[in-house]
Design a protein around this ligand. Structure first.
Ligand SMILES: Cc1ncc(COP(=O)(O)O)c(C=O)c1O
Length: 467
């Protein structure tokens, strides 16, 4: 035990992980709480401890600042830094606890806060509608026709895809649309080709349906046609699931030539394409969907969770004529129909023009937040598409994704490592996804991004404790 006065305290860092300053602060915390450093003990100067530990003075300063933040030590100008009495401290957490004030940037939700007046107006209009009773029954015959006409208009306005109204099948959200498309296009045991990093909702779907997901290599323009042809032939796969526009998570949008090449391969090897376009509305300058290039082999799906509201559980499937009956059967066998109420409110929003207004506001919010993120994270976002509701951030050389996610969580900010999207056993890039529309206040997002930017500047010291 050290007696009060000048103390030759030296932290034991063995077995600790994380940035060095936090390992030192944690060792200090443990020694104080365990009584090894009694109240009043004078700690070594920043310079002495830095010399002893062979680290920079700045690291010791940060460690002491962290311990001071926790109320464990205090400085007196000219006299030094002293241990406080831990029994007289309020209960302070050693670090922010995930769960309390957690800034969750891991969910790709959408910025709905400003759109409530439009939603309320649509719901009121629907509740006054003479057709409400009819629409709330099992078979809202003319209602379904209206839902499909609005769906066709919406899809055309977002993607340019002209869709025959009788080809639209309403589904419960994007996930419901995916389920119906997969059920129609595959058989249990099938191999389904996917991007190597893909929307995680496809994994439980495949597991439940007894499908094998096989990754196809991508480059900066999306799926590589030669790789697609090779994998399809090798595994006898008959289905491809992909996101040509603002791919989740990489944000890549396939240019037109790449789309044409993918469609050509699909025709050559007999693939049905399931094209997921839930983010298409965010970028008005994207090339035509695969379904416009090859409507006979493409099941187009979209949902209104990102463009309107997740709670509507509204989406659409547009299958080729040959798969229409199977898609209808799949919806009927699982959920009977999509949510009429959600679909009718969505229809009202589309018909009244409110949906276009909302989509414009969403694009403006994304643009504002993307600019903010770029000011904060700079070059690390060069490969991340600025039209997207999330960032795809490639880590600087000295960071590993697990360490970054863990360290950030300790600072009460949650993001997703590339692992969350990976299919197969290929190499996973050192990258993370950060959703920028999941928190309402811009200041909250700004603070979280600055915490991230600061952390990225630090050396990742996790390995120092390893020998
Ligand atoms: C690419 C993609 N497809 C489908 C979905 C599911 O959409 P929904 O929330 O409407 O079920 C998501 C949700 O994040 C998604 O990112």
């Amino acid at each position: 035990m050290n007696s009060p006065g000048a103390a030759p305290w030296c932290p034991d860092l063995s077995g600790r992980i994380g940035p060095l300053y936090r390992m030192i602060a944690a060792a200090l915390h443990d020694d104080i709480i365990a009584g090894r450093l009694p109240p009043g003990t004078r700690l070594p100067t920043h310079r002495d401890l830095a010399w002893k530990l062979k680290v920079t003075v700045g690291t010791i300063t940060r460690a002491y600042v962290e311990a001071e933040r926790q109320g464990l030590i205090g400085g007196e100008v000219g006299r030094g830094t002293f241990v406080r009495d831990p029994s007289r401290l309020p209960e302070l957490p050693a670090e922010p606890r995930p769960g309390d004030n957690l800034v969750d940037l891991s969910v790709n939700s959408t910025a709905i806060w400003q759109d409530m007046p439009d939603l309320r107006a649509a719901m009121e209009a629907v509740s006054r509608d003479d057709g409400l009773t009819m629409m709330m029954g099992y078979t809202p015959s003319s209602g379904v026709d209206r839902i499909c006409r609005a769906g066709a208009a919406w899809i055309e306005s977002c993607s340019g895809l002209a869709v025959p109204v009788d080809r639209i099948v309403p589904a419960p959200g994007g996930q419901g649309a995916m389920h119906a498309a997969f059920a129609a296009a595959t058989r249990p045991g099938d191999a389904v080709l996917v991007e190597p990093l893909t929307y995680p909702g496809v994994r439980p779907l495949a597991a439940q349906m007894g499908l094998r997901l096989l990754p196809v290599a991508m480059d900066g323009d999306g799926l590589i046609p030669e790789a697609l042809e090779r994998e399809a032939t090798l595994h006898g796969a008959r289905t491809l699931y992909c996101m040509p526009t603002l791919q989740n998570p990489t944000t890549i949008t396939m240019p037109l030539e790449r789309r044409q090449a993918i469609v050509a391969v699909a025709r050559r090897v007999g693939l049905t394409i399931i094209e997921d376009d839930v983010y298409g509305f965010l970028d008005e300058s994207t090339p035509p969907p695969l379904a416009a290039l090859a409507p006979d082999v493409t099941v187009y799906i979209t949902g209104l969770s990102k463009s309107l509201f997740p709670g509507l559980r509204a989406g659409y499937v547009v299958p080729p004529a040959a798969l229409l009956a199977r898609v209808v059967t799949a919806v009927r066998a699982t959920v009977m129909t999509g949510s009429h109420l959600g679909a009718v409110v969505a229809t009202e929003l589309i018909e009244s023009g409110a949906a276009s207004r909302i989509a414009r506001r969403r694009r403006a919010i994304v643009a504002e937040r993307q600019q903010m993120a770029r000011r904060c994270l700079g070059d690390l976002l060069t490969a991340s598409n600025p039209a997207c509701t999330h960032l795809w951030l490639t880590l600087p050389e000295h960071w590993r994704r697990e360490a970054l996610v863990r360290e950030l969580l300790a600072r009460a900010v949650k993001i997703t490592p590339a692992d969350g999207f990976a299919v197969g056993r290929g190499e996973i890039p050192q990258a993370v996804r950060i959703c920028i529309c999941s928190v309402e206040r811009l200041e909250t997002l700004s603070t979280a991004l600055h915490v991230l930017a600061d952390l990225l500047q630090e050396p990742a010291m996790a390995d120092l404790a390893l020998v």
